[in-house]
Ligand binder design. Structure first.
Ligand SMILES: Nc1ncnc2c1ncn2[C@@H]1O[C@H](COP(=O)(O)OP(=O)(O)OP(=O)(O)O)[C@@H](O)[C@H]1O
Length: 248
């Protein structure tokens, strides 16, 4: 790599994925800079989760190129660079919030006691559940469970965090809290975050840049403001509708 060539956190070139007879991703290309909050948006079935699962090193077979800090996603995952929150993630309900975090901190610290304590402390701070952290998570509301899962994902301070719909099905207050956690962690630790969302207000607020996918293809790429401007729209939701369904 030359001095002038930028090392991207994530670099995707002509990414394709076929499952059975169906081509799910039809040649995606985008880069994510280190420290960016990057959004992947698109209608149901567009290919967001598939893209995130490839980047997180969960789906290992694909065509084209995907690199995470210069490595294949699976290698980046094995090096502990990536932390992934699936869309349907939930805590162990038989354990308390504290025990859930403790379990993960132990797992990620790989025997380093000091590091484990550091992760756990940060996890408790991020979850911000007060005394409820000592209750079994079966007794938590949906928003509390999500805060715990976000805490579990971010407390290990990954270089790249991949969050699949982090605020879906949450009430306004819980969603606001989670957005602020994501922003603060990105800024405080210069963490790179890739997230998917159906909430265009949220994406405008959170994301430095986005890619809009429709039917496995990229329809737009750039800063939310640029995309709004180039489509002559009032907001990102209007831009989304125009780009996906055409001017109506
Ligand atoms: N394992 C699989 N087998 C068959 N088809 C699949 C599989 N995984 C995904 N698909 C298909 O690939 C397409 C993209 O799915 P994906 O979950 O990536 O979309 P998405 O953009 O995350 O959608 P949503 O917004 O609904 O979560 C869909 O048509 C889906 O049915």
């Amino acid at each position: 790599m030359s001095m002038t060539e930028k090392q991207f956190a994530v670099s995707v070139t002509n990414l394709r994925k076929r499952i059975g007879n169906k081509e799910i991703l039809k040649g995606l290309s985008f880069d994510v800079e280190s420290g960016e909050v990057f959004g992947i948006v698109g209608p149901n079935g567009a290919g967001k989760t598939t893209t995130l699962r490839i980047l997180a090193g969960i789906i290992k077979n694909f065509n084209g190129d995907a690199k995470v800090f210069g490595l294949r996603p699976i290698e980046a995952k094995q090096n502990g660079y990536i932390s992934y929150m699936p869309e349907d993630a939930f805590p162990y309900e038989k354990l308390t919030g504290y025990e859930n975090l403790d379990f993960y901190a132990e797992l990620y610290a790989k025997g380093d006691k000091e590091l484990k304590e550091k992760y756990l402390k940060l996890g408790i701070e991020i979850a911000n559940l007060g005394e409820r952290i000592y209750d079994k998570t079966a007794e938590y509301s949906r928003g509390m469970k999500r805060r715990l899962i976000i805490a579990r994902t971010l407390m290990v301070m990954p270089k790249l965090s991949v969050l699949d719909e982090p605020t879906s099905a949450l009430d306004v207050e819980s969603a606001v809290r989670i957005r602020n956690i994501i922003l603060e962690m990105a800024r405080r630790y210069n963490m790179t975050i890739i997230l998917s969302s159906h909430n265009m207000l949220e994406v405008e607020y959170l994301c430095d840049r986005i890619t809009l996918i429709n039917d496995g293809r990229i329809v737009a790429n750039g800063k939310p403001k640029e995309i709004i401007k180039s489509t002559n729209s009032k907001n990102l939701e209007e831009a989304f509708i125009k780009l996906v369904f055409g001017d109506q």
